[in-house]
Design a protein around this ligand. Structure first.
Ligand SMILES: Cc1cc2nc3c(=O)[nH]c(=O)nc-3n(C[C@H](O)[C@H](O)[C@H](O)COP(=O)(O)OP(=O)(O)OC[C@H]3O[C@@H](n4cnc5c(N)ncnc54)[C@H](O)[C@@H]3O)c2cc1C
Length: 405
């Protein structure tokens, strides 16, 4: 263990040191025991980057009742408060388990239905999410509508039984795995842009839906283009009122507030600790000068890690007290995504040739994971609102600066 004062940093309970002890211990023991065994069963296929492995672990959690943490008990949930949900997410990340592939179903659609859905919609769609047998994707972005989402052109025309959907979505994560998609579509061409949109649930397993995966920098194809060509939407799959979809989509985006950053924050901290070890390994007596600039760069990232933990705690506290989501979330998003890119650039520098030669997970797991994270992190300043858009929000809503031309 390194004892350099410049590299000191604690590793456990990043979000709530010494809090919620008994619950935390139970969760930790369960997750550690199950994830360890699960990995052993997968042998050399236990690659946390692989979608199949991630789905397998998510299925395991769901089939053992570790889903629906915050849902009411009447829908099969555990009705845990936000603090305990946060502890679960923190422990899940600390034990090294990867995120699942039905994050959109569990984290966005389920709370949206619980809030805006009819009783019939809840009874129809929540069980498939709870069991993880139904995977969901989110169909908002289009080639001409990303940051400016209200420019979307996918059209839903009313029919005798519901709607006929035509349009082109893009960057739809997990669309090729998904059974259902929640879509924002235009139902009134004459209304002002935000007012003519509806939020609807679309069955992906029908002839009018075509999915075309897009290969990413990492070599995987986690997101896709989706083409709707006279796809059918049943009337009972319209969520909320017709033309009120914008309000629902904005609310949906806020449901993960308080917990979204927890696994990312833990990962950041774990990666920071790994880098600390590499720097420490390079420190020979009398060679401090060579590593001091690395220590300085690492220390800045350690400050980032600490500040991000404070920001996450603040977001959680405000969510717990029932305050509506505010623009400060934009500050956490920009800070985390940009600091994470800086951290991974440092990691790749330290890995050197190992990063270039790490094609095989089996040969060099550590280098393979860091290289994958480095490549993936390029998306982090784009997804869920680009850094430029977040800065616009901070400028206008936090600092009160005038709107740009
Ligand atoms: C990994 C990943 C997963 C995704 N998953 C999904 C998904 O599941 N479902 C879904 O619907 N979408 C998804 N997206 C899409 C994502 O929401 C959009 O990429 C994002 O909103 C940006 O839109 P755009 O790509 O169309 O870029 P554009 O909006 O075209 O922006 C292009 C550039 O212009 C800048 N820009 C645009 N407007 C302004 C402005 N007003 N001021 C300053 N700069 C501006 C942007 O910051 C950006 O640099 C995903 C994206 C990624 C990267």
């Amino acid at each position: 263990m390194n004892t350099q004062p410049g590299l000191a940093c604690s590793q456990k309970d990043i979000l709530f040191p010494d809090d919620d002890d008994e619950f935390r211990v139970i969760v930790r023991e369960w997750l550690t025991a199950h994830y360890t065994l699960f990995k052993v069963q997968w042998g050399d296929q236990a690659d946390p980057r692989s979608l199949v492995f991630r789905r397998g672990w998510e299925d395991h959690l769901c089939s053992n009742g570790m889903a629906g943490l915050g849902w009411p008990e009447q829908y099969g949930g555990h009705a845990l408060d936000l603090r305990r949900q946060a502890v679960f997410h923190e422990e899940h990340a600390l034990c090294g388990a990867p995120l699942g592939i039905n994050l959109i179903g569990h984290g966005i659609l389920a709370p949206t239905l619980l809030h805006f859905g009819t009783e019939a919609q809840k009874r129809s769609h929540l069980p498939g999410i709870l069991s993880n047998q139904v995977i969901w994707c989110q169909g908002y972005s289009e080639p001409g509508a990303g940051s400016d989402l209200a420019a979307l052109r996918t059209r839903a025309e009313a029919t005798a039984t519901g709607y006929r959907l035509n349009g082109h979505k893009i960057w739809t994560s997990f669309a090729d795995q998904a059974d259902w998609c929640f879509v924002l579509a235009r139902t009134d061409l004459n209304a002002p842009r935000h007012r003519g949109l509806s939020f609807m649930l679309v069955n992906m397993r029908q002839p009018g839906v075509r999915v075309s995966p897009i290969r990413q920098l990492t070599g995987e194809a986690e997101f896709c283009e989706v083409f709707f060509d006279n796809a059918e939407v049943r009337r009972e799959d319209l969520v909320g009122e017709e033309n009120q979809g914008w309000k629902i989509a904005m609310a949906a985006a806020s449901y993960e507030r308080g917990t979204y950053f927890i696994p990312r924050l833990v990962r950041f901290h774990q990666e920071l600790m790994q880098i600390r070890q590499w720097i420490a390994d390079r420190q020979q007596p009398g060679e401090h000068a060579q590593t001091s600039s690395l220590v300085r760069r690492w220390s800045r990232l350690a400050v980032d890690s600490h500040v991000l933990a404070l920001k996450s705690r603040r977001a959680l506290a405000s969510a717990v007290s029932g305050e509506p989501p505010g623009p400060l979330g934009s500050s956490t998003k920009v800070h985390w995504s940009e600091a994470h890119q800086t951290l991974l650039a440092l990691a790749l520098e330290l890995l050197g040739s190992r990063a270039c030669l790490s094609a095989s997970f089996a040969d060099d797991e550590e280098a393979a994971l860091f290289t994958h994270a480095f490549l993936w992190s390029k998306a982090e300043t784009i997804l869920a609102g680009t850094s430029e858009i977040q800065r616009n929000i901070i400028a206008e809503k936090v600092l009160g600066l005038p709107k740009g031309a």
